[in-house]
Ligand binder design. Structure first.
Ligand code: DGL
Length: 265
């Protein structure tokens, strides 16, 4: 089984790690669209176009059987178009884990960290509205301007990253927030910094493993046998900090630089 996975950069590798835990005998083709990162500061039509181009590239180059949008922002604006265009492809998106957060929060005060584009999207707005209806749940939403750039640079706990996170988290802590949704696949990479600022009195919700499980269920339904060893190929459309890739995947990696625009011509 060939699985295409993409994100604007390093973040989707947190999802790849989860997929590698649930799936066996698969070929994973990962595209980090660093040329266009951060997606969260782009317009809906730009985000949709990048997602369509990467998917067309993955299908043409690797004949993928499944596609994982390892990006909340791309899922917000492109998953519906992709499902219409490719009805036979298994397509899995990433959505902020609001539901598990509601189940786990004791005080019903939930922080949602996400990109500006994700929080503005009608997909997120309607999900949050539907899930908080008739409940005492209170959401504290924070668009994390600049955080993806810090993570892409490998600054997971630098002074600037800590200052950014503290400016958003300390007010949440004062409000009694006990659960935080990591609504961008980059943010699990700063989970330790977040826990440290919240003094560990917080539950962090990351949906990587749920995506891995969902992919396994859909693959088994299509008759796929879950055995053998996995292959992972990593490509980037622009600059990527290779040490970060190694750190996230816990092994050495050679990364291929690609130009999707040229390959699609
Ligand atoms: N990792 C992505 C997400 O889950 C995109 C972040 C960005 O490029 O702004 O939203």
């Amino acid at each position: 089984m060939n699985i295409g996975v993409f994100d604007s950069g390093l973040g989707g590798l947190t999802v790849v790690s989860a997929i590698e835990k649930t799936m066996k005998g698969v070929n994973i083709f990962y595209v980090a669209d660093t040329k266009h990162a951060p997606y969260g500061e782009k317009t809906p039509s730009q985000i949709r176009q990048y997602s369509l181009n990467i998917t067309a590239y993955l299908i043409a180059t690797y004949k993928i059987d499944a596609l994982v949008l390892a990006c909340n922002t791309a899922t917000s604006f492109a998953i519906e178009s992709l499902r219409l265009l490719y009805p036979h492809l298994i397509i899995i998106g990433t959505e902020p884990g609001i539901k598990p957060a509601i189940l786990q929060s004791k005080r019903g005060k939930i922080g949602v960290l996400a990109t500006p584009a994700t929080l503005k999207s009608s997909k997120y707005q309607s999900l949050a509205k539907a899930l908080s209806k008739d409940t005492e749940i209170q959401f504290f939403e924070q668009a994390c301007h600049g955080l993806v750039e810090q993570i892409e640079k490998g600054e997971l706990c630098s002074d600037k990253t800590k200052a950014l996170l503290s400016s958003w988290l300390i007010p949440m802590k004062a409000e009694g927030v006990d659960t935080i949704v990591l609504g961008c696949t980059h943010y699990p990479l700063v989970a330790q910094t977040i826990s440290h600022i919240m003094k560990d009195e917080v539950i962090l919700i990351d949906t990587g493993m749920a995506i891995g499980q969902r992919l396994l269920t859909l693959a088994l339904n299509k008759g796929y046998h879950n055995k053998g060893s996995n292959l992972l190929h990593v490509e980037a459309t622009g600059y990527i900090v290779e040490d970060m890739v190694k750190k996230i995947l816990h092994r050495n990696y050679s990364i291929e630089n690609i130009s999707i625009d040229n390959k699609l011509k």
